[in-house]
Design a protein around this ligand. Structure first.
Ligand SMILES: [Cu+2]
Length: 255
């Protein structure tokens, strides 16, 4: 350790001794891919709330009896279904909100930090999530039972992989944009999740408050799209001027 510090200090001294110019510029033989530059001084924000109005769909608690008694034992009461989660004020949770148009010519640096999904209480956690194209997608099993993770994409490659209790994490990658990929467990019929694969960083999932925020956007025209597993998607076009902060509500109104 001591020796390394000494070497670093030494090379720093040499750089300083050379003086002037920018010595780092000449040390990049491989030019990095040109990613879209977003000027923080003019970046814009779109935020708002996802609401549901209309006839509420029927929801049922998840019935975990029958297929795996271990699963039922992990819940004190009936497990709560996550396919329609609405607040008293009409806000809708588990909605995937993303930019669906307006970034076609932009390229973004790949993400190497994994996105993680867990299986806990015989449910996928989270129920809805987003990953970037090419981002490591990790699935873990926190349960004392065997699961079988089975994404069912249309554009990406389908796979399914068993994951017994204590098994190592599963790591995969989705290579194509796709909204949304249903994920099921081949062992437990009620287990369902949805993964959105996006080629840019502007996506989020609503929580209990139904609110969302997409920030750091270059000024421009965009389509904001809200996806929910039970209803037709809701879209809205917005024009964001430099440094703008615009608020929109997206309301699901199924007939
Ligand atoms: Cu399972």
């Amino acid at each position: 350790m001591r020796r390394r510090k000494f070497v670093l200090a030494g090379s720093g001294a040499i750089l300083a001794a050379c003086g002037g110019g920018s010595p780092t510029e000449s040390k990049k033989p491989d030019a990095p891919r040109a990613y879209t530059k977003i000027d923080p001084a003019t970046a814009a924000t779109i935020n708002g709330k996802v609401l549901f109005s209309g006839k509420k769909p029927t929801t049922r608690p998840i019935d975990m009896s029958g297929e795996d008694s271990e699963c039922k034992r992990m819940h004190s009461g009936a497990a709560v279904a996550e396919d329609f989660v609405q607040n008293a004020d009409g806000a809708l949770a588990n909605v995937f909100v993303y930019i669906s148009a307006g970034l076609e010519n932009a390229t973004f640096e790949p993400v190497t930090t994994p996105a993680q999904m867990d299986q806990k209480g015989c449910m996928f956690k989270p129920h809805v999530m987003g990953v970037r194209v090419g981002q490591p997608f990790i699935v873990t099993n926190s349960d004392p039972v065997t699961h079988n993770v089975h994404p069912m994409p249309e554009k990406n490659r389908e796979w399914n992989q068993g994951q017994p209790a204590g098994a190592p994490k599963i790591e995969r990658v989705f290579t194509e944009p796709e909204i949304m990929i249903p994920v099921k467990c081949n062992v437990h019929s009620w287990m369902k999740a949805y993964v959105g694969v996006v080629p840019h960083p502007f996506f989020t999932v609503t929580g209990g408050t139904g609110t969302f925020e997409l920030k750091g956007l270059p000024p421009g025209e965009y389509t904001i799209r809200a996806w929910h597993e039970r209803f037709p998607a809701v879209e809205q076009k917005v024009t964001l001027s430099a440094s703008a902060s615009q608020t929109i509500d997206l309301t699901f109104k199924p007939a």
